[in-house]
Design a protein around this ligand. Structure first.
Ligand SMILES: NC(=O)c1ccc[n+]([C@@H]2O[C@H](COP(=O)([O-])OP(=O)(O)OC[C@H]3O[C@@H](n4cnc5c(N)ncnc54)[C@H](OP(=O)(O)O)[C@@H]3O)[C@@H](O)[C@H]2O)c1
Length: 341
């Protein structure tokens, strides 16, 4: 596609303050900044879609973690897709679609080595932020490589209507799980899991204690738990897992905005007698699975066996609110921000 010249300045989102507890809009600032002309080896990209992801909440805190914190008063970053506008890098030309890590801004100038070309004909660009991107690989690698899903496994996934969770449940079913149970935060999401995504059972974790609802949905217990939430969900799963059960510790969103230590799980000692394996995971350790993941997931998408959904927020100026809404559970499937054309 033909690309027009970039403007002299464009908008970017800065971290204005570090949140205490839940983030608020004043923790973010919309700033007009110069658009830098690419130097040797660099490309200039006009972003079309930005990703907002739960891990970004951790980056708003000034703590050492597996990704460095956002800097106060500086542009934030994160997954984005867009079109190359100018290139000083071999192999990249204006009009190429790319996935890269300089989101939270309208235009990004970056080392081409940090961008991956993607095919806008094969899938809508935003899919490379979701089902064909980081959340998709998280679900695939977490379930298969870390969780060691086996045919016949009874599987429970929390955050089941979100980007990662909705794929976990469906991939488990496609790979022969005998029972797939999901939890989510609204009646609409629960209905969707069963009616559209093929979960055997689902419940709203806000309705009654998780352990109680899980026991009803999986009366014979579970073999594998994919944890996106932590806290009472993890405690319930530890209780429901059978001997040699496995839990993939992918996320703990219930505590991301909490200012106090989590009250659960209180039953970790059960892991001893049941010989449970609780294993943390980071998607970045599983890059080697990328080709297998793309081939298999693209096949399921083409055949219609895998359903995906996006919650699209329009307008760059709404990105901070979209991020806060993600933490509140406003999204079903992947939350993305679509920039004005
Ligand atoms: N380890 C890794 O490499 C890796 C990579 C990607 C993602 N993750 C983790 O995976 C999880 C899901 O990420 P995602 O990108 O797919 O996000 P997502 O599930 O699409 O969105 C977050 C969802 O979390 C739910 N939520 C918010 N507060 C909650 C609470 N207190 N208890 C239960 N659910 C709550 C909300 O849905 P409800 O309406 O259902 O509450 C919300 O829609 C996150 O924990 C994330 O940090 C880890």
């Amino acid at each position: 596609m033909a690309e027009q010249a970039a403007p002299a300045t464009a908008r970017e989102w800065h971290l204005a303050a570090r949140p205490q507890g839940w983030p608020v809009s004043t923790d973010f600032a919309l700033v007009e900044a110069p658009v830098r002309t690419p130097g040797p080896g660099e490309i200039l990209v006009r972003n079309t879609h930005l990703s907002v992801d739960p891990y970004m909440r951790g980056r708003m805190n000034d703590v050492k973690s597996y990704v460095p914190p956002f800097r106060l008063g500086a542009a934030m970053d994160g997954g984005a897709v867009g079109y190359v506008v100018a290139s000083e890098a071999e192999g990249f030309a204006p009009g190429d679609a790319v996935l890269h890590g300089l989101g939270w801004r309208e235009y990004a100038t970056l080392d081409a080595g940090h961008a991956v070309k993607v095919d806008p004909q094969a899938a809508p660009l935003s899919a490379y932020l979701g089902v064909l991107g980081m959340p998709g690989l998280t679900a695939y690698a977490g379930l298969l490589a870390v969780g060691g899903l086996k045919e016949g496994d009874k599987v429970f996934v929390s955050g089941a209507a979100g980007a990662v969770g909705s794929l976990v449940g469906q991939i488990a079913r496609l790979k022969g799980a005998s029972l797939v149970v999901g939890s989510a935060g609204s009646a609409e999401k629960v209905a969707k899991l069963v009616d559209e995504y093929g979960f055997d059972a689902a419940f709203n974790y806000k309705d009654a204690p998780v352990a109680e609802q899980l026991a009803k949905a999986a009366p014979e217990g579970i073999d594998l738990y994919f944890d996106n939430v932590g806290g009472d969900h993890l405690e319930a799963a530890i209780g429901a897992l059978g001997v040699h059960g496995r839990a993939v510790l992918c996320g703990a969103i219930a505590q991301y905005n909490s200012t106090t230590a989590p009250a659960a799980p209180r039953n970790l000692a059960m892991a001893i007698g049941k010989r449970l394996r609780l294993e943390g995971m980071l998607v970045r350790d599983h890059a080697a699975l990328q080709p297998q993941f793309v081939a298999e997931v693209a096949g399921w998408l083409k055949s219609g066996e895998l359903r995906t959904e996006e919650t699209v927020v329009d307008g760059f100026e709404n990105a901070a609110e979209a991020f806060i809404d993600l933490l509140r559970g406003v999204n079903t499937g992947k939350m993305v921000v679509r920039l004005d054309d």
